[in-house]
Design a protein around this ligand. Structure first.
Ligand code: ADP
Length: 492
């Protein structure tokens, strides 16, 4: 029997949301999860910093806060799942990019800027900003929003807080003097609250104070309890482990659909791969590479932030060896300057075998997922990973490490076998150059047998990556957070 779901008012708070501002997977989740919640009848709003590029997009002023230097504007658009509240502060409005200045360094006023985001979220939660809308639950994402649960607990708001860890490697560490500057009690500078190796870490606000904690895959939820993946927070997380749940991310299956995607020219589905072959050709033509069907080389692609997390350095190191195989590589990524330079240098050295663009390009990302044969994701850690989910949906077979969400979503063809119906890709045991080469070799062997390869593609395309299961899991978390909130307030 189905139990009725209570309709909730949920305030999302985050630093990114697609398609308004996107650096990585966080943006996709902050768009797609609200969409799935709205479809279940919940009322959702997203509180997002008003970065400069968002200012001209037809937002309507809702209210001013404090001394009038800060205001809230509402954006409603058909491509957004719900109204978005833009937090207009001088610090955010000066930014073209959420995290980095044009020279690639971090903004100097991150603590003040994201401190303000957390404070305003808590004021909205307390009903102090808008009289006609206050949330039952505030759902915070990553360190940028870590102070919201702190303020909510200090002010004993009746709204519950949920904090989702998308990446524990980013902690938001600042000098402890920021507490006084933000009007927070200095008593928070202690190990069981915000103190972290002589600094304060905003993420600890979420980890210590939120009523419920989630992260984006069951495997990562286990991993972050260990020193290897816990980034120094494993003790605190172990202490709060009964509040920590791993919920696998979904994807927006309407936006990411090879049968209807407006960003590709030749649509296709699992019954007919001819469109995918044409997309492959179109992809290579972007680099003016022509090849006949007879001499076609398999395309191994990589789409992602250029950071050591993603193992791009392993891919580059393996390159001379990999290019001894019948293989072409396509890389799209931006990020750390040294890795960007290394990618550009490799593209110059092997101009028709290593095809790269070092920039952020949503449309090219769709073309790559559609046109490639395999996706390389040799990540050292991976909270969930969306790239492998998009790749699978477009019949591009992932070659990944067996960590975090990759281990939860990719099933090794040689281990589980085709007959299981579960095989979707190839897993490396460790993030090393030798494991990468060995695993690409196994994938190439399968690729050499078109019948088996197409069966693998179909398995990958058939994986249910929708939000259906996750949205129900989040509903349970929201209810549990509300129950815990009531208990906490009664115990005061
Ligand atoms: P992370 O969140 O760690 O960056 P994910 O795999 O969860 O990694 O999500 C990455 C998202 O960002 C995917 O939607 C991917 O397509 C996109 N992406 C990453 N780099 C680029 C880029 N240079 N151009 C276009 N899209 C990119």
């Amino acid at each position: 029997m189905q139990t009725a779901v209570r309709k909730l008012r949920i305030l999302f708070v985050a630093a990114e949301m697609a398609p308004l501002v996107k650096v990585g997977g966080l943006a996709d989740v902050v768009a797609a999860l609200p969409q799935a919640l709205v479809a279940r009848g919940h009322e959702v709003r997203v509180l997002l910093p008003a970065y400069r590029p968002l200012l001209t997009r037809g937002a309507r002023r809702l209210t001013s806060l404090g001394d009038g230097r800060v205001s809230l504007a509402e954006l409603r658009r058909p491509d957004l799942p719900c109204p978005v509240w833009l937090l207009e502060t001088p610090a955010f409005m000066a930014r073209d990019h959420p995290y980095s200045r044009p020279d690639g360094t971090a903004w100097a006023d991150d603590a003040q800027a994201f401190g303000e985001l957390g404070r305003v979220a808590a004021e909205i939660a307390a009903g102090k900003v808008l009289t006609d809308w206050n949330p039952d639950v505030v759902h915070c994402h990553d360190w940028h929003t870590g102070l919201a649960p702190v303020w909510m607990s200090l002010k004993a708001t009746s709204a519950a807080s949920v904090f989702t860890i998308h990446n524990l490697a980013f902690a938001g560490r600042f000098h402890p003097s920021i507490l006084a500057e933000l009007g927070l009690p200095e008593s928070l500078n202690r190990p069981d609250m915000l103190e972290f190796h002589g600094d304060v870490a905003f993420i600890k606000g979420g980890l210590s104070c939120a009523d419920e904690l989630t992260t984006v895959s069951p495997r990562y939820a286990q991993e972050i309890l260990t020193p290897e993946f816990g980034n120094g927070f494993e003790g605190l997380l172990r202490h709060r482990r009964e509040r920590l749940t791993g919920i696998l991310n979904g994807i927006d299956t309407r936006l990411w659909n090879p049968a209807t995607d407006p960003l590709i020219e030749h649509v296709f589905d699992a019954a007919d791969f001819s469109g995918k072959c044409l997309e492959r050709r179109r992809l290579l033509q972007r680099w003016r590479v022509q090849e006949s069907d007879k001499e076609a080389l398999p395309v191994l692609a990589s789409v992602g932030r250029l950071t050591p997390q993603k193992g791009v350095d392993l891919l580059l190191e393996a390159l001379p060896e990999l290019l001894h195989r019948r293989l072409r590589l396509v890389v799209l990524g931006s990020g750390e300057a040294d890795l960007e330079q290394a990618v550009v240098a490799a593209a110059r050295r092997w101009p028709d075998r290593f095809l790269a663009h070092s920039r952020f390009d949503e449309s090219l990302a769709h073309s790559i997922y559609a046109g490639a044969d395999m996706l390389a994701m040799p990540s050292r850690f991976e909270p969930c990973g969306l790239s492998q989910l998009y790749a699978m949906r477009y019949g591009t077979v992932p070659v990944t490490t067996a960590v975090g969400g990759l281990a939860d979503t990719v099933f090794d063809a040689d281990t589980v076998g085709l007959a299981s119906g579960k095989a979707t890709g190839f897993l490396m045991a460790e993030a090393t150059v030798s494991d990468l080469i060995e695993t690409v070799d196994r994938a190439l062997q399968w690729h050499g047998d078109p019948r088996r390869w197409q069966a693998l593609m179909r398995n990958a395309m058939g994986r249910d990556s929708s939000w259906a299961a996750a949205v129900r899991a989040y509903e349970k978390i929201y209810e549990s957070a509300l129950a815990r909130r009531v208990d906490t307030l009664q115990a005061r």
